[in-house]
Each structure stands twice: as structure tokens, then as C-alpha cells.
Design a protein around this ligand. Structure first.
Ligand SMILES: [Zn+2]
Length: 275
């Protein structure tokens, strides 16, 4: 037994000497001296720990980024087509932002307001449209057609979400539709509609082209119909154009002209809410 232990001891001693020799060879060979010194002093273990910790932290940050990105994309796709949401500075209360402008009632609307803008005072003598049978302050905006549209269908769109109240003929207009849009928040500053109800008069439409019926819910941008033919029953003898009147409140009022300037206050200029 004792002999055995003695032999084992001798073997261990030999092995230890062998390792020391090997380390010395490293030291003299290609291993950097500072690295060898750090191994000897135990700093190596600390350095290794720092490296592992740094790699671990980098991996955590990387995977956090990878898993966050698809979540953000999902949010974006959920919001498309919906009212955009914004987050208040404290990040707590999301607000729903409603559109501040009308959907244009007609393509290229801005180039079409050339004869009777909102509020213009006309008489048969002074009107930019001749011959003229009306006089007073214009309660709506007239959108003219372009020359090439005389014999084409000119589509007309709903400017706001609402309910179709009436579609019928009326003196001075031919075909009309009346759309009621509740609780509107269009515009900015002094022209802002602060949750007001409005009724929208579309004058000079071809009634047979209006597929919606009274009582139907209409979305902003839905096609209501097309303009009536000029100088026909569809326009009550007027030129082919759109008269768009916006009356404040829920009362139906289709007057095209008022005789007192103060009466214009109950009407809104559509172009204010298109820009
Ligand atoms: Zn008009």
C-alpha cells in the first residue's frame, strides 16, 4: 500500500513538472507576455467573465430588437384605414384624430370654382353667369365642368360620413340630394366646426344615377351620382355644374341665395374645409 502511494506521488510530481515546463515554453514562444502574466495572477478569470457578460448583454439586446420589430409592424397594419391614433407625451392616453377636411365632392375641385364662389352677391345684371334669373348672396359653391366633360358622366362624391335624407327634384336645381353629417369637426381656427351637425345640398344631379336611397348611411368619398345634363330638366335649365351648399344644423334648407348678408352665417363655405 505504502509503496503504491509512493509511486503515485512520484507520478504526480512528474506531471506537475511537465506542466510547468510546458507553460515556460509558451512563455518563451508565441503567447504574449502580458497574457501569460494575467493567467498566472488570476486576472484571466476576471477578463473572461467580463467578455462573457458583454457577449451575453449584446445577445439580449439583439433578440429584444428582433422581437420588438414585428410587434411594431403589426400595430401599423392594424391602424391602416382607421383614424390615426397619436400618443400624448406621457405615453398614457391615445387620442383618435378625426379628419379635418372634407373629401372633395368632385375631382380637381380647386380649378372648378371660377364663377360663383361662396357668398358672392349677384343680380341678373351683375352675375358671372348669363342669362341669370337669381339675385342675392350665394349660399353654396359652384363647381364648373371642363369643356371636355359636357357630354361625359362627371362623378360626385359624399364629402362627409352621414345619412342620405332626401333625393328629389327642386325648382332651380333639377335633381338634388341632401346628406346629413352629424357631429363634424372639420376645419381649423375660427372656421372650425366644433361637433356641429351639417346638412349638405348637392344641386343639379341626375337623379337616376343616385343609387342610394333616403335613410341610407353614406361614407365620405362614396360616389353619390353624376351631374345632370346641362340645360335640361336634370339641372332645371341651368348649365351643367355642381352647386354644393352646407347648412349648419339639422334643419333642411336648400335655398341657393339669401337676401341679407347676416343670413349667410348659417351657411358654411365648403372650400374652407377642402384646403
Ligand atoms: Zn350655386
Amino acid at each position: 500500500m505504502a509503496e503504491n502511494r509512493e509511486r503515485k506521488k512520484g507520478k504526480n510530481k512528474y506531471h506537475k513538472l511537465y506542466l510547468i515546463e510546458k507553460i515556460k515554453n509558451w512563455h518563451n514562444g508565441s503567447m504574449p507576455k502580458a497574457f501569460m502574466e494575467s493567467i498566472k495572477s488570476g486576472q484571466f478569470k476576471i477578463a473572461l467573465f467580463i467578455i462573457i457578460a458583454a457577449v451575453g448583454a449584446a445577445l439580449i439586446l439583439y433578440f429584444a430588437g428582433v422581437f420588438n420589430k414585428p410587434a411594431q409592424n403589426e400595430n401599423t397594419s392594424q391602424n391602416s384605414g382607421q383614424p390615426s391614433t397619436s400618443t400624448s407625451p406621457n405615453g398614457q392616453t391615445p387620442e383618435i384624430s378625426t379628419p379635418s377636411v372634407f373629401v372633395p365632392p368632385i375631382d380637381n375641385w380647386e380649378a372648378r370654382v371660377t364663377k360663383k364662389p361662396f357668398g358672392i352677391y349677384i343680380t341678373p345684371q351683375t352675375s358671372p353667369v348669363q342669362p341669370e334669373r337669381f339675385s342675392g348672396y350665394h349660399t353654396g359653391v359652384d363647381f364648373e365642368i371642363f369643356a371636355e366633360e359636357q357630354n361625359k358622366d362627371v362623378p360626385i362624391y359624399a364629402i362627409c360620413d352621414g345619412k342620405l335624407l332626401q333625393k328629389r327634384t327642386a325648382t332651380g336645381y333639377g335633381g338634388i340630394t341632401i346628406l346629413a353629417c352629424p357631429h363634424t369637426n372639420f376645419g381649423e381656427g375660427e372656421n372650425k366646426l366644433n361637433g356641429e351637425d351639417i346638412t349638405v345640398v348637392y344641386g343639379h344631379l341626375r337623379l337616376t344615377s343616385v343609387s342610394a336611397n333616403a335613410g341610407d348611411q353614406i361614407k365620405a368619398g362614396d360616389k353619390l351620382g353624376v351631374l345632370g345634363a346641362g340645360f335640361s330638366n336634370e339641372t332645371d335649365g341651368e348649365r351643367k355644374h355642381l352647386h354644393l351648399g352646407i347648412h349648419k344644423g339639422t334643419a333642411i334648407n336648400i335655398l341657393g341665395y339669401v337676401q341679407n348678408l347676416s343670413d349667410l352665417d348659417s351657411w358654411a363655405d365648403a372650400t374652407t374645409y377642402l384646403k
